[in-house]
Design a protein around this ligand. Sequence first.
Ligand SMILES: C[S@@+](CC[C@H](N)C(=O)[O-])C[C@H]1O[C@@H](n2cnc3c(N)ncnc32)[C@H](O)[C@@H]1O
Length: 387
Amino acid sequence: MNPNASQFAASFDPTNQEVALVGKLRPQSSAQIRDVLSLVVESFGRCDGVAYLNVKRLTQINVTAFEALRTCLVSVRTDLRIVIVTSSVISWSTRLFQTLAETAQNLAVEVYDSAFYPGQDFVEDESFIPILRTQTKMTWRHERDMLPRHGLETGAKIADVCCGIGDFAALVHKEFAPARIVALDHSKRSLEYARRVAKEFGLTEVEYVYGDASQMLLADDQFDFVTCRHSLQIFDRPEVLLRELYRICRPGGRVYITNEKNSHCLGEPHAESIAWTYGEVAKLFAHFDMDVEMGPKSRRLLTEAGFEDIKVESFMVTNMDGDPQDFADVIEAWENVYAGEMAVRRGDKPEFIRRFRQGFVDHRTAALHPKGYAGWPIWAASARKPH
Ligand SMILES: C[S@@+](CC[C@H](N)C(=O)[O-])C[C@H]1O[C@@H](n2cnc3c(N)ncnc32)[C@H](O)[C@@H]1O
């Protein structure tokens, strides 16, 4: 079920014991939503133990509907625990449903996206911003030339999903003059940063949106080109994100993704130390259910998501692309978060962290050494949504 935000739909999923309400629920009288209330009563009548009322994508509800729903929920099954699942993307939702839950002991509210993927703490934190800022600077000189090969044309309608600090969207806007560009992310810190930078540069055309990429409020079939960079590898259910990228892309439009294979980062001199550390980076991310080895899996992921005309290419960001200090800055930002925060959170011993850090130090040395070479491989893939 994927109605546009302007529609309303109610459904029951017996496997998950979940009733979902999606869209705008604004009746004139409770009689107008009799079928919705019946669905709630009948569905919960078939549940045992815990049942869920999913309002993550309920974008509007008026007083009439809220009161009718409240009456229905407090009386439907007092022996059943009913969890109302909200999303922080709908700003009023949690507070409102909390007032409802307080009226009966068997009702509770859970904010779905307060801890909805294992890497969330790290990537939505302010300390991740230097990684994003330095990375895009390095990748853009490659991607600017690659994007037209993947179907990006001037004047397209574009969505950059999981946009981070929005620098890619700003660069795309400058280079490709899109008709519309929406940049969505779930990190409030990154979006604050994006909006501040956009304001400073007088950039008003990029629409920065707070949202959950696994359940976007954007309508179906509306973008010519949908990008999602370095993020399928961060979210623990990439196939769910791909389903959403597919949904918002118009038939005939293209979805463009980039992902890494961290264990293939390399450098000379100190090749062994560098290789060891990046092998450990991959394992560290896997510990938090993130797959930074995803790059070469792009073709399979896009095929299984139902796309056609798949194109995959890989490129190597290196210290020779421009100022080597730029690459050294990327490596330093990685070290700070991966060794300084993630390894510590995993509970790694100081000896491990020391060796882990050394690989980053050696990678930086390789990047800055007058005869050195340092590389970071990335896979870019795109595919067409069938007509
Ligand atoms: C590694 S960063 C990449 C950001 C940006 N695309 C770039 O390349 O600079 C991953 C981003 O995905 C975002 N993200 C992960 N899961 C998300 C979700 N379900 N909804 C929205 N954003 C999500 C994080 O907040 C983070 O900004």
